[in-house]
Structures are given as C-alpha cells and as structure tokens.
Design a protein around this ligand. Structure first.
Ligand SMILES: Cc1cc2nc3c(=O)[nH]c(=O)nc-3n(C[C@H](O)[C@H](O)[C@H](O)COP(=O)(O)OP(=O)(O)OC[C@H]3O[C@@H](n4cnc5c(N)ncnc54)[C@H](O)[C@@H]3O)c2cc1C
Length: 499
C-alpha cells in the first residue's frame, strides 16, 4: 500500500470553495477536530448559497431556496433544529408509521371555472398514484430489470391509467383523475428538479432515500440553522466576494510557488487576482456551476471520466413565485390552492403557456399573506425573463379563472427566484437523469490525489455528491462532513504511524 505521505503535520491549510451548507459543514468539522487553518472562499457577499431567507417586517419570512427539513430520523439538520428549539412541531410517534403523509383536508384542488374537485376523488387518485410511485422506487431497491433509457415519467404515465381503467369510476371521475395525473407529474418535477418526469431515470428513481418522519418547517427561517453552524467557525475563516477562477492542483500547472505549501499542494486563484495556497481544497460549488465551468476551473483539467459524469448528471431549474396580498382572499385555514387543468389543456404548448407549469400556490404560516407557487424546467427558465408586473398579471388572471372570483386584487408585492440565471448556481438541484450511470455521483465525489499517494488534494462536496440525499440540505451537510472526515482521518492516521 502507498504511504499517506503526510508527515505528521497537524497544521494543514485547507481551502473550501463555496460557503453553502456543504462548505460551512466541512469547515465546522475541521475546526472541531483541531484542523483550524481553514479558509472558506465564497463568491457572493453572503453565506448560505441555496439557503437564502428573506425577512419582510415581523410576519413575513420567505425562503428563496431550501425550506423544509425532510424527515427526522437520521437527519442531522432536524437534530440541530430540535436541539435549539427551532421546530414548530415535534415528530409524533404515529407519524413514523406513515412517513410524509400529505394532509389534504386543508388543500383545495380547483379546476377552471371555480370547480372544486371532491376530496374523496383526490384521495382515491393518490392511493393509486402512490402505489405506482412505490413501484418506481422498487425498481432500484429490488434491482428489477429495466432498460437504461426508461424514465419514471413514462412508467407512471403507462401504469396509472391501467389502474384507473380497473376502477368502477364513472367516466367524468376517470377524466378528473387523468387531469390529476398530469397535475401530480408537474408537482413531481418540482420535487425531483427535472423539466419533465420523462427525464428522470426509472432505474435510479429509488436511489434517493426518504428519511422517516415529517417534512419540518423552521418558523425562524433556514438562515438561523446556518448561523448556528457559522458560530462554531472563527469569523476569519470566512472570506466573501472571493470568486475562485482557477484551481491549480498539480505541480506542472502552477505558476507561483511563493508558499511552502504550493510545492505539493494546490493554488487557488480568485477573480480579483489573490492566490491562496493550500494542502487540500474542498470544492463545494453546485453541479450546475461545474457543468458550465469545470473545463476552465481546474488546471490541469479534471480527468475525462469525472467530466463525463458531470455532463451526464441531471441538474434542473425549480423556481418559486411569491405573491403577497394586502390580506388573504382565501380561507385562512386553507394551506394550498391547486390549479388542476383539464387533461387536454394541462401541458404548456409553448413558452407563452409557461404559467401552466405552476401547479399550485401554497400558504405558509411563515408568510400568511403570501401565496407561494412552484415552477420547474424550461418554463421556470422562461419565467425568469419576464417582469414581476407581467408575472403578477398572469397569476391574478389564473387565480380568477380557477377560483371563479372576479374580485381578486393585484398583489402588493411580487417576487420570484431566478436560480436558472444565477451564475453561481446555474440551476436549482440535482436529479438522476435518464442514461446516468449509477456510480456517476460517486465518480464526481471521488477526490483527486497527489501523484502516487493516497493524499487527496482536491475533494468534492455539495448536495450533488451525496448518493442518497442529493438535492437536499442534509445531503449537502453530510457531504461536507464526509470530506472533512477524510482529512481528519488522514492526519489522525499519520499521527498514529508516527508514534
Ligand atoms: C428553490 C429551492 C428549494 C429548495 N428546497 C429545499 C427544501 O425544502 N429542503 C431541502 O433539504 N433542500 C432544498 N433545496 C436544496 C438545498 O437548498 C440545497 O441542496 C443545498 O442548500 C445545497 O447546498 P450546497 O452547499 O451543496 O450548495 P450551495 O448552497 O449552492 O453552495 C455552494 C456555494 O458555492 C458558491 N460558489 C459557486 N461558484 C463559486 C466560485 N467560483 N468561487 C467561490 N464560490 C462559489 C455559491 O455562491 C454558493 O454559496 C432547495 C433548493 C432550491 C433552489
């Protein structure tokens, strides 16, 4: 076995590129373990990346990025929030038997003309729908044979109508359920992050692991959780407005060698010309950023195998729409207004029908006067080109159409997220694209090692590098810890071999 080559240095310099959840979690772990020479280089003037809470007055907290803590059992973010009393509800033991159940009684399913779909129809539809989703899950979990090009969307679109055909429903109910199918497939794209479920791999659909427990909302905002972690890191570890433009990770590529570290280590050059030398670099930039920039970001370039995995992996756009009204025009116990189009009208026929992809407006207790819409894919990207005024007009028209109320006022504030055109993210979160290989995530996560050694010089963290919890905050957190632990173990083993 090759030697680690680390000669007992307990003072390695570690540069972390990106100050999102993965970056701060990595830094926290290193500092906790005494590896205190850490610098986080963050391109923005704020920490958090895709965690971004905005406060408006005392009663409105909007999450532009991550919102929910997905599950409790085994979720370090849930544990942290619980420890600090940040959760509204504790997990109820009975919830553990029926994880992530959607409570529908306060959700309204509206159709054009103000027709409200009977809750019993929705419940009966969801019973079939959830069974088909479980079948998709089982493909991965039970290793059922499928073709690499098969998509979850095609599978659901084939299987669900078969189940509906077996029911005793009258034709009108069958039509409504087909409309609900198209509706829930739009919702599914916002959960997974793809444009259409036809792009989501059937083979690896079940690779994402749902943690047991509910989805938790943190009333104080996700930034508060981030702050808890930040407090454990010395402030001078964090450098803002430091956009990294080149990571020179092998001797021959390096231009400067003013530091003792640079001979074997890495040089990280920022856009403003400042160069940081390090023994190890943990790169946590989003997969979307890597897709656009990885060929220029590294010198020498990344190995072809890693570049091919980055290219194959899915990274989509999901945006939020916030319409704030003077006061609610909806019932105050209502938690969601679903806009269910007739099945022939449901899918956008072109960019001018982008709004059809917004399947629902949720009402969050963190912003009681605000309707929160979700939109995915190419339509989400198209929406980013429109003005807030145009977006408000479109949705007020839609809300009138679906509620049958003509007296809906204009919102007092309209805001949308623009994750697709955000040059430091280039999208929202990762998913497993049709044709992706099962181990692409691990290939991307694999460090680059110093020649002929087991010493990692460039490591990769971030939500997209977690093989089970990709696309989540807890996935990002755990990936940061994983890479920090790699260094902690490396230096611990070199200490042991010295003594
Ligand atoms: C709309 C939306 C809703 C979501 N909802 C949820 C949810 O409810 N629950 C959940 O668990 N997850 C949710 N997520 C996902 C979650 O927010 C992310 O998975 C997680 O925050 C990603 O953390 P990260 O550290 O991997 O990446 P990021 O947070 O993106 O951090 C990467 C950092 O790298 C910086 N960076 C990029 N390029 C450079 C460069 N060249 N030099 C220096 N810095 C650079 C970026 O500015 C950024 O700060 C949501 C995401 C979005 C967009």
């Amino acid at each position: 076995m090759a030697s680690t080559g680390v000669h007992g240095s307990r003072r390695p310099q570690v540069v972390v590129v990106g100050g999102g959840m993965a970056g701060v979690a990595a830094a926290q772990r290193l500092v906790q373990e005494g590896l205190t020479h850490v610098k986080i280089l963050e391109a923005r003037d704020r920490v958090g990346g895709r965690i971004w809470t905005q406060y408006f007055g005392s009663d409105t907290t909007l999450e532009f990025g991550g919102n929910w803590i997905h599950g409790s059992i085994g979720n370090p973010i849930y544990e942290l929030a619980k420890q600090h009393g940040l959760l509204r509800d504790e997990v109820k033991p009975e919830d553990l038997d029926r994880p992530n159940v959607r409570e529908l009684e306060n959700e309204k399913f509206l159709m054009p003309g103000g027709k409200v779909i009977d809750e019993a129809v929705v419940v009966s539809f969801l019973k079939n729908y959830n069974e088909v989703i479980e079948e998709c899950d089982a493909v991965f979990k039970e290793g059922r044979p499928v073709q690499p090009g098969d998509s979850a969307g095609d599978f659901i679109r084939q299987e669900l109508p078969k189940q509906l055909a077996l029911s005793n429903d009258i034709d009108a109910v069958k039509c409504t359920k087909m409309a609900l199918l198209k509706h829930f497939l739009k919702l599914e794209t916002c959960i997974t992050g793809c444009h259409d479920m036809g792009e989501e791999s059937l083979e690896y659909f079940g690779q994402y692991k749902e943690l047991e427990g509910d989805h938790y909302n943190n009333p104080s905002g996700y930034n508060v959780i981030l702050d808890l972690i930040l407090k454990t890191i010395p402030p001078d570890c964090m450098a803002y407005n430091k956009k990294v433009q080149c990571i020179r990770w092998r001797g021959e590529g390096k231009k400067r060698s003013e530091s003792a570290h640079s001979a074997d280590g890495v040089e990280v050059e920022c856009e403003d010309g400042q160069v940081f030398s390090a023994d190890h670099v943990i790169v946590t930039v989003p997969l979307g950023y890597l897709k656009k920039n990885s060929r220029n970001l590294f010198q020498p370039p990344l190995p072809e195998e890693k570049l091919a995995s980055i290219e194959r992996m899915g990274f989509g756009v999901v945006n939020k729409i916030f319409l704030t009204f003077q006061k609610p025009f909806w019932d105050t116990d209502c938690e969601a207004l679903h806009l269910v189009w007739d099945q022939d009208e449901s899918n956008p026929k072109g960019p001018e029908e982008w709004y059809k992809k917004t399947y629902c407006f949720y009402i969050d207790s963190k912003a009681p006067n605000t309707l929160l819409g979700w939109i995915s894919g190419r339509e989400a990207e198209y929406m980013e080109t429109l003005s807030e005024e145009e977006i408000a007009d479109t949705f007020v028209g839609l809300l009138k159409k679906f509620t049958g109320k003509e007296d809906i006022p204009q919102p007092v504030r309209t805001m949308i997220t623009r994750w697709g055109s955000d040059a430091l993210t280039c999208g929202s979160y990762s998913y497993i694209h049709v044709g992706e290989k099962g181990d692409d995530i691990n290939t991307v996560a694999e460090p680059l090692y110093r020649d002929n050694t087991e010493i990692p010089v460039v490591q990769f963290a971030g939500e997209a590098t977690h093989s089970e919890f990709f696309s989540t905050v807890h996935g990002a957190y755990l990936s940061g810890q994983r890479e920090a632990n790699r260094l902690v173990n490396l230096y611990a083993s070199s200490e042991t071999s010295k003594s």
